[in-house]
Ligand binder design. Structure first.
Ligand SMILES: *Cc1c(COP(=O)(O)O)cnc(C)c1O
Length: 371
C-alpha cells in the first residue's frame, strides 16, 4: 500500500476562524444579534477608530469590499472625465475596474521585476498631461517604492491611492501601508491578512475633506438622511457583524504577519532548485500575503506540486492590458515585465496557520521536482 499523501492546502480559513478566536467571534455575533442594530453602528465606529490608529491615518471609512474602496477613493478625487490614472497591469484588474467605472482611463505602467510593484522610472516616463492620479498596489504584501512614487506625484501634482488589499500592516521606517498615499484602500475578504467572515473593506486617509466625501459616497451621497449632495453615491457599507469580527482580529494581525514572513523566509532559504526562483524576504515592508515563486517552466512545476497534494495557484495569469474585455484596445502595448511575470509566477501555500511539517513538505516537494 502506498502511504497516503499529505495534503497541504493553499488556504485553510477554518484553522484561523475556529478554536478560541472562533468562540470569541461567536460571542461577538450573539452580542450583535441581540443588540438590534446591524449596519453602520457602534462596532463600525469603533473599528474605524481602531483601524485608522493602527494604520497611522486620521480617518478610516468602512465600506462593502475592497473593490468599492478603490472605486469610492477614486471618485472622491472628483477627476474630470477622460483623465488618466496610472496603474500597474499585474494586479488582477481590481484597480483598473475601479478606474474604468469612474469614467477614467487606465494608464498601464510596467512593474519593477524584483518587487512586482509599479516601476517608478517607467511611471515617470509614461505620464502625460492627462494623468491625474496613481494607484500603487502593494502586491503580494510587499510595499511599493513609495518614496520614489511620492516624489513623482509631488513633482506632477498627482494624487496617490495605495491599494493595500494584500498589505495590511506592512511598514517602512515605522509607517504602515495606508499612511503614504492621498488615500488608501483595504479589502477584508476572508483570505486577506486581515479577513472578515464575508465581504468588507475600508478607505483610510488623513485628508478631512476626502474622508467626508468617501463617507457620503458610501451611503447614497447623503449629507444628512435623504439629502443627496454628491454625485456617484451608492450603498457600500460595512456591517456591524463584520466590524465586530475585525475588531477581534486586528490585534492579532502583526503576529500572523510575522508567521507569514517566516514561512516565506523558509521557502527563500531552503528551496534550492535551478529552475525555481524564490524572492528574497525583506523586513517589515513585506507581509507575505502570497509567496510567489517564478519558473520558466511554471506550468510543469504547478502540475508537479499539485500531484504532490500541495495547493498552488497563479496570481495572476492575465495582465490587465491583455484581458479579453479590452479587445484589441491595448494590442500594441507591450509591458514585458508584467507579461513575463504572468507566465512564470506560481503561489505556494503561505498563511499563518500552516504548520512547520507542511512547510517542510512544500520545500521537499519543490526540491524534488525533476523540471
Ligand atoms: C482582494 C483585492 C482587491 C479587491 O478586494 P475585494 O474585497 O475582493 O473587492 C483589490 N486589490 C487587491 C490587490 C486585492 O488583492
Amino acid at each position: 500500500m502506498p502511504t497516503p499523501q499529505r495534503k497541504v492546502p493553499f488556504n485553510a480559513l477554518d484553522r484561523q476562524n475556529g478554536g478560541e478566536l472562533g468562540a470569541r467571534m461567536a460571542d461577538a455575533a450573539r452580542r450583535v444579534v441581540a443588540g438590534g442594530w446591524y449596519v453602520l453602528g457602534g462596532e463600525v465606529d469603533a473599528f474605524e477608530r481602531e483601524f485608522a490608529a493602527w494604520c497611522g491615518t486620521r480617518h478610516a471609512i468602512g465600506v462593502g469590499n475592497g473593490s468599492d474602496a478603490l472605486e469610492l477613493a477614486i471618485a472622491s478625487l472628483g477627476l474630470p472625465a477622460g483623465a488618466q490614472v496610472a496603474v500597474a497591469p499585474n494586479a488582477a484588474m481590481y484597480a483598473t475596474l475601479a478606474i474604468v467605472a469612474n469614467g477614467l482611463e487606465p494608464l498601464f505602467v510596467d512593474v519593477d521585476p524584483r518587487r512586482a510593484t509599479i516601476d517608478p522610472q517607467a511611471l515617470a516616463s509614461a505620464l502625460t498631461p492627462r494623468t491625474r492620479a496613481i494607484v500603487s498596489t502593494h502586491l503580494y504584501g510587499t510595499l511599493a517604492d513609495m518614496d520614489a512614487i511620492d516624489s513623482i506625484a509631488r513633482e506632477h501634482g498627482l494624487a496617490v491611492i495605495e491599494d493595500c488589499a494584500q498589505a495590511h500592516g506592512a511598514s517602512r521606517d515605522g509607517r504602515r501601508a495606508g499612511s503614504f498615499g492621498t488615500l488608501a484602500c483595504f479589502s477584508f475578504y476572508p483570505t486577506k491578512n486581515l479577513g472578515a467572515l464575508g465581504d468588507g473593506g475600508a478607505v483610510v486617509t488623513s485628508d478631512d475633506a476626502l474622508a467626508a466625501r468617501v463617507r457620503q459616497l458610501r451611503q447614497y451621497g447623503w449629507k444628512e438622511k435623504y439629502d443627496v449632495t454628491v454625485a456617484r453615491g451608492r450603498n457600500s457599507r460595512l456591517d456591524e457583524m463584520q466590524a465586530a469580527f475585525l475588531r477581534l482580529k486586528l490585534p492579532l494581525v502583526d503576529g500572523w504577519n510575522a508567521r507569514r514572513r517566516a514561512i516565506a523566509a523558509r521557502y527563500a532559504r531552503d528551496i534550492r532548485h535551478p529552475a525555481i526562483e524564490v524572492p528574497p524576504v525583506h523586513g517589515d515592508d513585506q507581509v507575505a500575503h502570497l509567496c510567489v515563486v517564478r519558473s520558466e517552466r511554471r506550468d510543469a512545476l504547478r502540475a508537479h506540486l499539485a500531484a504532490c497534494g500541495i495547493g498552488v495557484d497563479v496570481h495572476y495569469p492575465i495582465p490587465d492590458h491583455r484581458q479579453p474585455v479590452f479587445g484589441e484596445r491595448y494590442a500594441a502595448l507591450s509591458l514585458p515585465v508584467a507579461e513575463r511575470l504572468a507566465r512564470t509566477s506560481l503561489s505556494l501555500p503561505c498563511f499563518a496557520e500552516l504548520d512547520d511539517a507542511e512547510v517542510d513538505f512544500v520545500v521537499d516537494a519543490s526540491n524534488r521536482w525533476s523540471g
